[in-house]
Design a binder for this molecule. Structure first.
Ligand code: PMP
Length: 445
């Protein structure tokens, strides 16, 4: 009898024994490349001495104090280090324990901002979200998220939020071609704000590049600047969910930097402490923080593990390591090499329909027929088959399923640690090619 509740009783789990760099070894000593950094978490690779040592040092100094009583120099240091890579004007960080908490904090901060700014009769409270998007598994984050399979059972537990379509150029939800679409997906936000009424809307939340639901959906270059302008026009706060894309994943500090857009709030996690300690952070603009400081005097929100000194020590060490080893520069330099390498594999492989992404975040969509883009039938579990075959080839990938015309589709993310070298990318591509070739033979049999 197992006492630890597994994610899925039917899954076969690999028994992890130890890690080193981009590799994880199982209990039998077999080596795997962590080709998805866990779930885009382990940005520095595994068991980096400098980070472990820094966390240990903090343990010896002080492991915990309640954030309602104590402030910690190490937390201030961590916030300053995060602000350094955040877009200009976003310089106040609220530390939490993970991505869902970071998003929940953002939704509540947006509401409190208008409450403090406009008074208790303000009706600005709703957050517009997008379909095919994931913002977390708590009730508030599920309400703004659009991951159908995760919502199905639990939707009676939360209050629905308005939704628009996510960008999905391979299967445009409006049936348009990118060359002539006039970024219809971005202007849908304006329609929705006007339909609901801007007086009821506090914020719009989106992942700059959709991650876990449909695998690295990169929007057209015009998308984020248009969305920024619409939010400003209607006095709606823009929340970028950078839980996956933040902290260097796309070759920039945060993914919104790819389009020079400054949101009002960023939610981040995963790469923030790179898996060394469970951590998340909400980064807010100076004007939001000043409004709250000067009106109610404090954010009416909080958790026991806010501003945790151990987590902060990990964040400081991760940020320092990234700077000293020019980690973000490595992604900027080699991201295209990784993605074009996957495109070359796709050209030879009959079931890879689309390859997309930025930096070290590459999404792969599996289809039954490349010409018609028809997905495999429900129940085939093509992403699962691909994952198994890649694991057999010694490469861990991150499978997901999004909605394609009302059917769950098959995608996966290839997103190695941000420290991965060009030579290691070659090895990843070799294993991916082998795994996907075996998967296509099985699936097209
Ligand atoms: N937002 C995004 C974009 C995510 O990818 C995730 C996790 N996959 C979350 C929020 C939730 O983060 P957590 O699992 O740490 O609660």
């Amino acid at each position: 009898m197992n006492h630890a509740f597994p994610r899925n009783f039917k899954s076969e789990y690999l028994k992890a024994e130890k890690g080193a760099g981009i590799y994880i070894f199982d209990a039998d000593g077999k080596e795997y490349i962590d080709g998805c950094s866990g779930a885009l978490v382990s940005n520095l690779g595994h068991c980096v001495d400098e980070v472990i040592e820094a966390v240990n040092q903090q343990y010896k100094k002080l492991e915990f104090g309640h954030p309602s009583r104590w402030s910690f120099p190490i937390v201030e240091e961590a916030a300053a280090a995060v602000a350094e890579i955040a877009p200009k004007g976003l310089d106040t960080v609220w530390f939490v324990s993970g991505g869902s908490e970071a998003v929940e904090s953002a939704l509540k901060l947006a509401r409190q901002y208008f409450y403090d700014r406009d008074g208790i009769y303000t009706s600005k409270s709703l957050t517009i979200g997008r379909w095919n998007s994931f913002h977390g598994n708590t009730l508030g984050t599920m309400a703004v998220g659009g991951a159908m399979s995760r919502r199905r059972i639990f939707s009676p537990l939360f209050k629905e939020s308005p939704k628009i379509e996510a960008t999905y150029c391979y299967r445009c939800p409006f049936g348009l071609k990118q060359e002539s679409c006039n970024t219809r997906c971005a202007y849908r936000l304006e329609e929705e704000i006007r339909r609901v009424g801007p007086q009821y809307i506090s914020s719009f939340i989106a992942e700059p590049i959709v991650g876990s639901t449909v695998g690295a959906l990169v929007p057209p270059d015009e998308y984020w600047p248009i969305v920024r302008d619409i939010c400003t026009k209607y006095d709606v706060l823009l929340i970028a969910d950078e839980v996956m894309t933040g902290c260097g994943r796309t070759g920039k500090g945060f993914a919104v930097d790819n389009w020079n857009v400054v949101p009002d709030i960023i939610a981040t996690a995963k790469g923030l402490a790179a898996g060394y300690v469970p951590t998340g952070g909400m980064i807010a603009s100076t004007s939001i923080v000043d409004t709250i400081r000067n009106t109610s005097g404090g954010f009416m929100h909080g958790h026991t593990y806010n501003s945790n000194p151990i987590a902060a020590a990990a964040v400081v060490a991760v940020m320092r390591y990234m700077k000293e080893h020019k980690v973000i520069e490595n992604v900027a330099r080699n991201g295209e090499y990784l993605i074009s390498g996957v495109r070359k594999i796709a050209a030879e492989n009959p079931i890879i329909g689309d390859v997309r992404g930025k930096g070290f975040m590459c999404g792969v969509e599996i289809v039954k027929d490349k010409d018609t883009k028809a997905p495999f039938e429900k129940g085939v579990g093509a992403a699962g088959v691909a994952t198994k075959e890649c694991i057999n080839a010694g490469l861990i990938i991150y499978p997901s399923g999004g909605m394609i015309d009302g059917v769950e589709g098959d995608n996966f993310l290839l997103a190695p640690p941000l420290v991965t070298t060009k030579e290691e990318i070659d090895l990843i591509l070799e294993r991916l090619s082998k795994g996907m070739s075996a998967a296509s033979k099985k699936l097209l049999k």
